[in-house]
Design a protein around this ligand. Structure first.
Ligand SMILES: Cc1cc2nc3c(=O)[nH]c(=O)nc-3n(C[C@H](O)[C@H](O)[C@H](O)COP(=O)(O)OP(=O)(O)OC[C@H]3O[C@@H](n4cnc5c(N)ncnc54)[C@H](O)[C@@H]3O)c2cc1C
Length: 424
């Protein structure tokens, strides 16, 4: 197993249950990959993946299996958004009502194009729509300016990318996963989190597997034949395996030295990169404050901000920007300036975050595809190559880019492998 993120750990657990011997190689000194609960700003905060929902079947099964607690942040009492340079305020409901006509129009044909989210390539004419960016489809609607800006802002939050670079089909896949309901899609992607953090999920899976898990062990080379593979670590250790499961994100899978090389589609997707390229920032402000959320635009360093924790004399906000090169999550002054777009009154005390785009073991946040990537690459990204198998949220069918998707692919890969390998 290459990678000790959620996909790798789930695959390892399931293969172990089938009596197979598994070695997990994880380059970082911790497990979890793009989920990482770390103690900062006086609280356990999620640097990466956070929110989950009962409409995400694979992750919810893990919540039930391990009895994990689920909670949510405070309900926003006030909303801020931009209409051009002007800051508008209202209730959460008034913002949702404002974006509703645009959302309905944009997503009207969701089930036509993605009739079965568990089989995202099922529609034979999908390529006809997969070439559009979300920006192009939004522009086609010719919405009044206030509605246009509000819809754009809501999508920038979801895409973590400039909308001109994100595929319209990615928006369709998210919405198809909630049977066409954009309200439920919003809730599923950004409200409920684990009480014990994603750390509690990682620890539960690790306690449930007898795999040989080696952290701080980077795989650097894989040589494979029809009979098996040899994985060489950066430290020079050679490990022989009947099968190898790679769980690396789309953006870095091509960095591995694989001989014979991976198929052209897997490598091309990695070279093009995913559309998502943003940043997540945690911000501690002086309190007490009333919970709020705020949307700006892709052009602003931070396009979404909201209250996630309320204390007696402070509050912690979570914010996202569409372009990690525009703002560092650890730059107090830049974050302070970015918040002033909506609110001059907030007293920013501390900021923190992890730059996933600069992290050589991710170079990605959550997967949002570029136009054409779904129809050109997904099938090939999922396909085994001889003794090499591929798992990872980026290659999921239903909730690709989510924790749920990582589990989906781990379960599938372990089942497929288990039927081919007799226990040793
Ligand atoms: C900022 C951010 C916010 C997110 N928010 C959400 C959210 O709210 N809800 C949600 O469901 N999802 C969210 N996600 C997405 C979610 O976290 C990921 O989709 C999921 O965790 C990916 O799991 P994975 O196992 O497929 O990949 P990864 O977690 O990337 O695992 C791959 C592993 O491989 C390791 N690795 C890389 N190279 C090597 C090598 N050469 N040798 C050995 N090991 C290697 C990595 O260190 C990593 O541990 C978010 C992600 C980010 C970054």
């Amino acid at each position: 197993m290459i990678g000790g993120g959620i996909a790798g750990l789930i695959t390892a657990r399931e293969l172990g249950r089938q009596g197979l011997r598994v070695v997990v190689l994880e380059a970082r000194d911790r497990l979890g990959g793009r989920v990482w609960t770390d103690h900062r700003l006086g609280r356990d905060l999620e640097m990466g993946g956070t929110w989950l929902h009962w409409v995400q079947p694979h992750v919810w099964a893990e919540v039930t299996r391990y009895g994990l607690g689920v909670t949510r942040g405070p309900r926003p009492e006030k909303a801020y958004w931009l209409a051009g340079a002007e800051v508008r305020t209202g209730t959460l409901e008034s913002f949702m009502n404002l974006i509703d006509p645009g959302m309905q129009a944009l997503l009207a044909d969701t089930m036509r194009w993605i009739p079965r989210p568990d089989d995202p390539l099922a529609e034979p004419d999908l390529a006809a729509v997969d070439g559009f960016s979300l920006q192009e489809k939004l522009d086609e609607l010719d919405l009044p300016p206030a509605e246009y800006h509000a819809n754009e802002a809501a999508w920038v939050g979801h895409f973590n990318a400039p909308l001109g670079e994100g595929a319209f089909t990615s928006a369709l896949r998210w919405t198809a996963a909630t049977a066409g309901s954009w309200h439920l899609m919003h809730e599923a992607s950004a409200v409920f989190r684990l009480t014990g953090g994603t750390r509690s999920l990682v620890e539960a899976i690790v306690a449930d597997t007898d795999a040989d898990i080696r952290t701080s062990t980077e795989a650097s080379r894989i040589e494979h034949t029809a009979d098996g593979a040899v994985v060489t670590t950066a430290g020079g250790t050679r490990i022989h395996a009947r099968r190898v499961v790679l769980t690396l994100p789309q953006n870095i899978i091509g960095d591995l030295d694989v001989s014979p090389p991976l198929c052209a589609e897997k490598l091309s997707a990695g070279k093009e990169k995913a559309a998502s390229q943003g940043v997540k920032v945690w911000i501690r402000v002086r309190g007490p404050i009333a919970p709020f959320f705020a949307y700006s635009s892709a052009a602003h360093p931070l396009s979404v901000a909201r209250t996630e924790y309320l204390g007696d004399d402070d509050a912690v906000l979570v914010a996202f920007g569409a372009d990690a090169s525009k703002i560092s999550p650890n730059d107090l002054d830049a974050v302070r300036a970015a918040l002033r777009v909506w609110r001059e009154d907030l007293d920013v005390l501390e900021v923190t975050g992890h730059d996933w785009m600069a992290d050589r073991y991710s170079q990605e946040t959550w997967l949002m595809q570029r136009p054409h990537q779904l129809t050109r690459y997904l099938a090939a990204q999922q396909r085994p190559e001889g003794v090499l198998h591929f798992a990872g949220s980026d290659y999921a069918n239903v909730w690709a880019g989510f924790i749920d998707g990582a589990i989906e692919t781990g379960l599938r890969t372990a089942r497929e492998l288990g039927t081919r390998l007799a226990p040793r």
